[in-house]
Design a protein around this ligand. Structure first.
Ligand code: LMR
Length: 403
């Protein structure tokens, strides 16, 4: 029956992370998956989350099904965090927000919704983009194309080429944009570039689909969401996938949200209904525990501010590690390549290391990066940063790297 089923080649991120877990070497360093580790290499359980969890354990509430759209308090808190408590669209009830299975679940529900209700729309993602964007959209039956984004020569953004390509797209195309901490390059649009891009999206009648998986890991919670709020202000048709995996360190709880900004409250109700239908068709309803943790923290002012401070510490530690590896590579690799460690933002840096160099790092030094050369800076710490810098120097050499 299944004799023709081909072997799964594996996922470039998740399978590699599984390989890392199995690697018996004591000096191994995980710079592959987008997960924040603390300075002793542990996955943090945030203090505010622990407080809410302790009180949940005490009450031992029954585990009934959540509504298909998710936990009401969670949905409201997720929307407020993305758009700001007092955003006009939020006050007007124009945003349909539902709880999803992580950011990936939000992408999938939105992709199913688009396939059904805007069936002629094609999706445009940045070149490069998160490895799973194409997989999710194509899996839902949508055609995926790319627009220019990363400049390998400078380690920066090809903004003019990006803007011009978007300016030439057919109406109702879906443009996937990263709000902050671009995955995999760490290269974001600056505020002026957003101001220039938004009217293009509007004039060309395009649908902006913003993926915001790293809110709080760039410049700050408000700053990282500024582009989303500007898009909503401008009245661009807007879909936002957001996630608490990273900024609440709740990866396995699958806490995400999907928001669609509509013309009015009545349209938002219809859109919410169809998104709910997509949830039912995929997994019926989302899990309850993580939603209660997030809602519990965000609805309590003192826990909310404790969470923000802890998140700020995480953000600052990443910055510190960027500086450390940049300094550690001084005189060892080309300065142009070294500059990326500090010019790029968020969890990731696109090192420019070739596939062979990445392979050497893994085989000879037990250091794991993605095949694309993406490094998760949040896997660096005071103990391993020197080791990683000298290993990179040994595989890349002063002459620089291949791409
Ligand atoms: C990543 O890019 O490493 C993370 O978003 C984890 C994932 O699911 O790929």
């Amino acid at each position: 029956m299944f004799e023709n089923v081909p072997a799964y080649a594996g996922d470039p991120i998740l399978s590699l992370n599984e390989d890392f877990q199995r690697d018996p070497r004591g000096n191994k360093v995980n710079l592959s998956i987008g997960v924040y580790f603390d300075d002793v290499g542990r996955l943090p359980v945030m203090r505010a989350v622990q407080t809410v969890e302790a009180s949940l354990l005490e009450t031992a509430a029954p585990r009934s099904y959540l509504p298909m759209a998710g936990h009401a308090g969670y949905r409201d808190a997720a929307q407020a965090l993305v758009f700001g408590e007092n955003h006009d669209a939020r006050r007007a009830g124009r945003i349909a927000t539902l709880q999803t299975l992580g950011g990936s679940g939000a992408l999938k529900v939105a992709a199913d919704f688009l396939r059904r209700h805007v069936p002629d729309a094609q999706v445009w993602i940045s070149d490069p983009s998160w490895e799973n964007h194409r997989v999710v959209f194509e899996g839902a039956g949508l055609t995926v194309n790319t627009y220019p984004y990363y400049d390998a020569a400078t380690g920066g953004l090809r903004f003019e080429a990006m803007r011009d390509a978007i300016d030439a797209l057919p109406e109702r195309s879906v443009v996937l944009l990263h709000a902050c901490c671009h995955n995999p390059t760490g290269v974001d649009l600056n505020a002026e570039q957003w101001v220039e891009l938004i009217p293009v999206l509007q004039r060309r009648k395009l649908i902006a689909f913003v993926d915001m998986a790293y809110q709080g890991f760039g410049a700050g919670l408000e700053e990282d969401a500024a582009c989303v709020r500007k898009l909503a202000d401008a009245g661009v048709p807007l879909i936002v996938a957001s996630s608490f995996s990273k900024n609440f360190s709740l990866y396995g709880e699958r806490c995400g949200a999907l928001s669609v900004v509509c013309r009015d409250a009545e349209e938002a109700q219809r859109v919410l209904g169809q998104l709910t239908f997509a949830v039912r068709a995929n997994y019926s309803n989302p899990p309850v525990h993580g939603a209660k943790l997030v809602a519990g923290v965000l609805s309590n002012p003192s826990l909310h501010s404790a969470w923000e401070s802890e998140l700020a510490e995480m953000r600052q530690r990443i910055k510190l590690m960027r500086g450390k590896i940049h300094d550690g590579l001084a005189g060892l690799v080309d300065d142009v390549l070294r500059a990326r460690y500090v010019s790029q933002v968020g969890m990731f840096t696109y090192t420019g290391l070739s596939e062979q160099q990445v392979e050497k790092l893994r085989d000879e030094h037990a250091i794991y990066l993605l095949r694309s050369g993406r490094m998760c800076i949040a896997g660096l710490n005071q103990q391993n940063v020197g080791y990683v810098a000298s290993a990179i120097a040994s595989v890349a050499g002063k002459v620089g790297v291949a791409k």
